[in-house]
Design a protein around this ligand. Sequence first.
Ligand SMILES: NC(=O)c1ccc[n+]([C@@H]2O[C@H](COP(=O)([O-])OP(=O)(O)OC[C@H]3O[C@@H](n4cnc5c(N)ncnc54)[C@H](O)[C@@H]3O)[C@@H](O)[C@H]2O)c1
Length: 468
Amino acid sequence: MSIICVIGTGYVGLVTGTCLADMGNQVTCVDIVQEKIERLKQGILPIYEPGLEEMVERNVQAGRLHFTTSYAEGLDSSEFVFIAVNTPTGNTQGGADMRYVEAAARSIAEELDHYAVIINKSTVPVGSGDFVSRVIQNNLKRADVSFSVVSNPEFLREGSAVLDFQKPDRVVLGSSDPEAAHRVAKLYLPLRAPFVITDLYTAEMIKYASNAFLATKISFINEIAQICERLGADVKEVAAGMGYDKRIGSAFLDAGIGYGGSCFPKDVRALAHMADEAGLHPQMLHAVMEINYDQRRLIVDKLTNILGTLRHCTVGVLGLAFKANTDDMREAPAVDIIRWITAQGAQVQVYDPVAKETGREALAREGVNMELVTFCENAYDVANNADALVIITEWNEFKSLNMQRIRGAMRRPVLIDGRNIYEPSEMNRCGFIYRGIGRGTGPAPTVLPPGDTTSILEQQVPLTLEEA
Ligand SMILES: NC(=O)c1ccc[n+]([C@@H]2O[C@H](COP(=O)([O-])OP(=O)(O)OC[C@H]3O[C@@H](n4cnc5c(N)ncnc54)[C@H](O)[C@@H]3O)[C@@H](O)[C@H]2O)c1
């Protein structure tokens, strides 16, 4: 059993602290947001993450997991101090904002009165381990206290964070103090994961290189999707055919509206910035970002290709969160897409199973005209009198909707599937004018007039509307 302090109770900090407590350690989680800590003490979580709530409750009841805003309380007797605060994009060139890490390091220094291993779990630019060392050293309240810094980047995914923490593909540890790195490794031994123990800079780089590679896979398949669409191939089958090749693998080959979230966008930007600053020209990283941005525009292009103008139209939007199983709206494609659609004069009806409050806040914060947005209780209400339906997030519940009921509720049966969760032929049979991402050319684009679309659909859809 070790005594551990975790700084930051967001997706990474709360999951790390709770899972370490579940492994039998004594954990105190510290956050500067008083309200968050008060709610956590009442068992109310600041985030949605499958399986986390029960785990927090179990470990709080067992007396292994505590929450506080006091660094003194959190650091008291702690042998390990994890820094898991946010590192968002900080400047217009894309560099990471290190203010939160710096503030955490300073607060640690002001309260630390014994030796501890300080572990950077936040994703931080190469060289940040040295930066944290300097900040702590320069602000130590007791000059006789020593400490070591270890980089331990986190690879969990939102939506499956608990399982990812408990079954990591690898644990990366970097330090200029190998003994400290080995002490941290012991904490993780029960997880039976492979270890990569290396120097500080290399550990920090492994995190950025991993995220940039995954983002590259997504942008790669999205570029292939564009080519497929022009040439009449189906990118889903292309990806499946590629994925069987062990050298390629099938993960992250889903064409769609691109990546979002709190990690890929900011981490690719930060890596490109580090390379730029070092006098390099990271062409591929810039291309990855450009392709990703363009994917969002495709939705609006597809809508206007079919509907002509969006003025006075009602567009149904299924999903707001940047991906399924999370309520995280950071850099979610939904925000840009809804802003563009409403800017063209359309009303939007939206539904997300979980990202309701976070979705509303994000849309308002990012300048969407909220008078044009209606929040619905379910997918069927979203379809009601809509001129088009757009799939933004691949929530499981959207995969098994009664599509005939959806079709029947709509004013015009236009379905834009930003996540390729439906089969084009089935949707055509249901009477939809269906557009996925990279799924062949389909029927020639038709501009649908408002009102009755029966005659156009009869020309487009192989089956009759009665069958649909
Ligand atoms: N979210 C992910 O899926 C994920 C995965 C791997 C790595 N990461 C990295 O982990 C880090 C944390 O990400 P997150 O998504 O958990 O962030 P988050 O925004 O969800 O949580 C950060 C928390 O830190 C708190 N905080 C900020 N400054 C503080 C301070 N000085 N003292 C105490 N608490 C403070 C905030 O109040 C917040 O609760 C980032 O660097 C991120 O890139 C995130």
